[in-house]
Design a protein around this ligand. Structure first.
Ligand code: G6P
Length: 608
């Protein structure tokens, strides 16, 4: 996720900006840049790759000047490249802008500005902002920014400087974070506290919609209604280490808690004005009609998301889908040909097995649609179409927020297909989008409400030899992801079974106290699930249900019930996976494992 650092004060801006950006590296990025003004001259340096490339280049030729802005970019629009890096300038080269977030309506704004004679150098949404500010600029950068942000839709934190007013730095916060560090001799806006820790303990947290106008010795804050407001100055309590995880003990738990936000972003990015619109990232009606077979392939967590995607496509678009693990599909694809669509799902976009299966299918003429989280990744580059997840960088090896945003992308794809194939009318599609939009707050409520229960449960199961996860239908697919999560970071043998299958052999493994986690969200399968729990309970299992707390049958057969809000059956994995992620996390912590970097595993496995 992008990081912003600005500086206005009585020292050279370059050093605190670079130091601040270094402290934001943990957020993940693929390029970096900086603009500084000196004697009304704006100098900008941008480099794709590690921050060190930028630092090396600045060492050769340092930037002088006491006002500046810097940025680490995590690509969303356009591949990581020097030209797509921030800061972005207006055509005249007098205004410089860094942006963190997404401008949803950048296309119509870009078209508008092109008609007014503006030219664009990059593929980014952010470049629009610099030219839009220019369009409104008469004699005040403050007014120009205020006018420009009125036209912007989406999420954005901005820092803006201009050679026309070299003593003014403007900050904007709207749905993306921005805090203002108070220095003895100036101000430092930044995306996050770690960027400020070396310079100040005093900070002002902005509210959504705030616009901040800073000079070396003054700060004025305006709220979303352009009323001048005061924001309290607070003391930073964090140390550098914990702050880099934003106060969380591990990246995994931080990423679990990011899910309400990234789910919201992911849906927003699949719509234009709230209406499902995948634009060029999907196929036309004719193309959809031309596919005679559809496959989904992936590895690990991404495969589990793909399996849910199959159900969504088959249910909504009425098209049959085959799912196959990528390392298997590479060697066995007798029915893949030029009439096949292969959907590949990969957080990193670099997984060797997935890439190999995809290349093999392409050789046979198949078309490929990729669902990935990393812009410019190999899979994204080689696919015919790409739907991005917009989960932001996922640092913990155990995937959490990537899974839920992969689900969102797959749901959106299934709806797009359903609409174009005539399997669902526009109104029904929009009903599903509305339901998907509600998921974010449901996820938030669930994460906020469940607190300590996982610690207790983790303590209870942490010494188990093996743990079973059961579910029927789509709940089985969610159980598979839960079992993988627990196994990856607790090293306990955890296996998922379709609830009805356990009795055909593996029930022999149930001993007194063996934990069995049951996922029960599907309205028509509750009674069957209860019968299966009874079977394992009769053999001494310790039974945990993730389901409806108000169902007496579930309560009766379960030692512990983890209540979850019930949503439509097909969307349920977005919700039912959360307790499983939290349980895996707390179990790993209770055992004392390295949660974020479990043994033997890597975040992106680029070998086959
Ligand atoms: C590795 C990781 C898993 C991940 C899988 C697929 O095995 O340890 O957590 O699910 O790769 O990764 P991808 O980047 O393709 O989604």
């Amino acid at each position: 996720m992008c990081g912003i650092v600005g500086y206005i004060g009585s020292k050279n801006a370059q050093e605190p900006i670079l130091e601040g950006l270094t402290k934001l590296e943990y957020r993940g990025y693929d390029s970096a840049g900086i603009s500084v003004i000196n004697h009304q001259q704006l100098r900008t340096v941008k480099k794709v790759g590690k921050l060190n490339f930028l630092k090396n280049s600045l060492q050769q030729s340092p930037l002088e000047g006491k006002i500046g802005i810097g940025h680490t970019r995590w690509a969303t629009h356009g591949i990581p490249s020097d030209v797509n890096s921030h800061p972005h300038l207006n055509n005249k080269g007098t205004i410089s802008v860094v942006h963190n977030g997404i401008i949803e309506n950048f296309l119509p704004l870009k078209e508008f500005l092109i008609k007014k004679g503006y030219e664009f150098l990059s593929d980014t949404d952010s470049e629009v902002i610099a030219n839009l500010i220019d369009y409104y600029y008469e004699d005040s950068i403050e007014s120009a920014v205020k006018n420009a942000v009125r036209d912007l839709e989406g999420a954005y934190a901005l820092a803006v400087i201009t050679t026309e007013e070299p003593d003014t730095l403007i900050g904007v916060r709207h749905e993306s974070p921005l805090v203002i560090g108070l220095l003895d001799d100036g101000f430092m806006p930044a995306s996050d506290i770690p960027a400020l820790l070396a310079y100040t303990e005093k900070v002002k947290y902005l509210e959504n919609g705030d616009i901040v106008v800073m000079t070396k010795n003054s700060i004025d804050i305006y709220d979303s209604e352009n009323k001048k407001v005061e924001r309290e100055t607070k003391k930073i309590e964090w140390d550098l280490e914990s702050a880099s995880k934003e106060g969380f003990d591990h990246f995994m738990i931080k990423e679990i808690y990011e899910q309400p936000k990234v789910i919201k972003d992911a849906i927003r990015r699949k719509c234009v004005d709230g209406v499902l619109n995948l634009g060029d990232n999907t196929f036309s009606k004719e193309e959809w009609n031309s596919f005679e077979s559809i496959y989904i392939t992936a590895c690990g967590t991404a495969f589990h998301a793909g399996e849910v995607g199959k159900i969504a496509i088959e249910t909504w678009a009425k098209k049959q889908v085959q799912t196959e693990i990528a390392s298997e599909l590479k060697y066995y694809q007798p029915f893949i040909d030029e009439k096949t669509l292969l959907i590949v799902v990969s957080q990193s976009g670099e997984t060797g097995d997935t890439l190999a299966a995809m290349r093999e299918a392409k050789k046979k003429g198949a078309k490929v649609l990729a669902i990935t989280n990393v812009v410019g990744s190999s899979i994204a580059r080689e696919a015919d179409k790409v739907l991005y997840c917009y989960a932001g960088p996922e640092i913990s090896v155990a995937s959490t927020k990537a899974y839920t945003t992969q689900l969102i992308a797959l749901y959106a794809l299934a709806l797009d297909m359903a609409k174009k194939l005539g399997a669902m009318d526009e109104e029904k599609v929009q009903n599903w989008i509305a339901k998907m939009n509600n998921l974010s707050s449901t996820v938030e409520e669930l994460l906020d409400s469940q607190g300590e229960r996982y610690k207790k449960l983790a303590d209870h199961i942490k010494d188990s030899k093996s743990i079973f996860f059961l579910g029927r239908g789509i709940d089985y697919l969610s159980a598979k992801e839960g079992a993988l999560k627990l196994k990856e970071i607790s090293y306990i043998n955890s296996v998922a079974f379709p609830s009805g299958e356990l009795k055909h052999g593996s029930i022999a493994l149930i001993e007194d106290g063996t934990p069995v986690i049951n996922i029960i969200t599907q309205s028509n399968l509750v009674d069957k699930a209860i019968s299966n729990i009874k079977e394992v309970k009769a053999r001494g299992a310790f039974t945990v249900a993730i389901g409806d707390n108000n169902n007496d049958g579930i309560k009766e057969v379960s030692d512990v019930v983890i209540p979850i809000p019930l949503v439509d059956d097909i969307l349920a994995p977005v919700i039912s996976v959360l307790p499983q992620q939290l349980l895996a996390y707390e179990t790993s912590v209770a055992i004392g494992n390295d949660v974020d970097k479990p043994r033997n595993l890597a975040k992106a496995v680029t070998v086959e």
